[in-house]
Design a protein around this ligand. Structure first.
Ligand code: SF4
Length: 417
């Protein structure tokens, strides 16, 4: 794994390939959503970002929307992720996303070291657009009492009287979807403090949790790990089918599947040059009608423009482009971890949290989120990250996808402390 190549990604939008060569503008749909058109409209129709109220102007083209399952409400197919630093006075990234119809922000009590919710509050109050913004946030505390306390802290931090959707964050065990929590959710809904409820999940139990959501009427939505590496996964597809049939609003996250670490390989597979790999995998997710939206941590205006351009284009990926994605997934499979600890963890007699460790390593190596990665790694129980006295050689061949677990655990212990 290596550092991200976001510069290349931005250049792709601007007409240069990731190696810096200027590309000829492609014909067809990409022309139809030219940068000029995408960037049309003013960002902020007020004098400065420093003081006073702001008025945001909508761009002429708005990201399409889909109904988010049983919520019955429409949401943009592209959602602004919140796991990154924001300007706590007024964040221009949120304004830029909003301008193109990305009116949904995905926050959590822990994102941005606890600051994301504050940034969301500052953004909507400053621009006076609470009623036009969909805010989702999440509680890391899954105990009903702790969940409710966290929820009220979120209300306060985001300066709002209601939250559109509130999730249990990173749910690992369906036992938390119990009657006590159900009663808390029902009361908060009755008090009009929350509109919808659900959970996020990206550990090895995504399949089981999607089935659980399908038979739990008070779960309105699930946000789950879903990317091009999993399209052929029969069990996952059956679980998605079940949740979709039960009208659970499905949101995909981690759509890039660690892909940023494999630029060279992608170059080998990419033949059309129409979409870069980031746009391609997003478009592949949107091609799945069961999925209402994909969340993306859009950390720069360039990334926002690039993702918006992909969302605005109504053409589907061709069969050849999908084939490229499948071949790319196959060629890079041994470098991406799905978080299914129960598979490789069984090889060692120790409570190592392999999936989490490799995910934090990905944050560090791939996305360059050093502080976040170190912080999360430090929060793991000591026995979950220390392999002292553990024979790591037993992990050889333990991952069905060929991930070299020992190598990555050793690297995590080296760079995340
Ligand atoms: S290393 Fe392999 S088996 Fe272990 S969690 Fe990752 S993908 Fe699953």
């Amino acid at each position: 794994m290596k550092m991200n190549d976001r510069v290349g990604r931005s250049r792709a939008l601007l007409g240069a390939d990731p190696r810096g060569r200027v590309r000829e503008p492609s014909q067809g749909s990409r022309d139809n959503i030219s940068r000029r058109k995408v960037l049309g409209g003013g960002l902020v129709a007020a004098s400065s970002l420093g003081v006073g109220p702001l008025r945001l102007e909508a761009a002429p083209l708005q990201v399409p929307q889909r109904v988010l399952g049983k919520t019955g409400e429409k949401a943009p197919i592209l959602l602004q992720g919140g796991s990154m630093p924001f300007d706590l006075r007024f964040d221009p990234k949120l304004a830029e996303s909003f301008k193109y119809g990305v009116t949904y922000i995905d926050a959590a009590d822990c994102y941005g070291g606890g600051n994301t919710e504050l940034a969301v509050g500052a953004f909507h109050t400053r621009a006076n657009l609470r009623s036009k913004l969909w805010i989702t946030s999440k509680s890391d505390d899954h105990d009903p009492k702790g969940f409710e306390e966290t929820f009220h802290r979120s209300l306060e931090k985001m300066k709002t009287s209601y939250i559109d959707m509130y999730y249990l964050h990173m749910l690992k065990d369906a036992k938390y979807l119990n009657d006590e929590l159900k009663a808390v959710v029902a009361r908060l809904k009755k008090e009009k403090k929350v509109k919808h409820f659900g959970f996020s999940c990206h550990h090895g139990n995504v399949v089981a949790l999607l089935h659980e959501a399908a038979k739990t009427p008070w779960v309105d939505s699930v946000m789950f790990r879903y990317n091009f590496r999993q399209y052929g996964n029969v069990e996952l597809n059956q679980a998605i089918d079940a949740a979709h049939k039960a009208k659970v609003g499905l949101i995909a996250m981690k759509t890039q599947g660690s892909a940023v670490s494999f630029e060279d390989k992608w170059q080998k597979f990419q033949s059309t040059g129409k979409w870069n790999k980031y746009q391609s995998v997003l478009k592949a997710v949107w091609q799945d009608e069961r999925i209402s939206a994909a969340v993306s941590d859009m950390e720069s205006l360039e990334i926002i423009h690039e993702n918006v351009a992909a969302a605005l284009d109504k053409t589907k990926l061709t069969q050849a482009e999908m084939q490229e994605i499948y071949r790319y997934a196959e060629a890079t499979r041994a470098g991406a971890c799905d978080g299914c600890d129960h598979l490789c963890g069984a090889a060692v007699d120790a409570p190592l949290q392999i999936g989490s460790t490799l995910r934090y390593l990905m944050y560090h190596d791939v996305y360059g989120k050093t502080a976040l990665a170190k912080d999360l790694y430090a929060k793991l129980p000591r026995e979950a990250r220390s392999y002292e006295g553990v024979d790591l050689r037993k992990l050889a061949g333990a991952c069905p996808h060929g991930v070299d677990v020992e190598k990555y655990l050793r690297r995590a212990a080296e760079v995340l402390v």
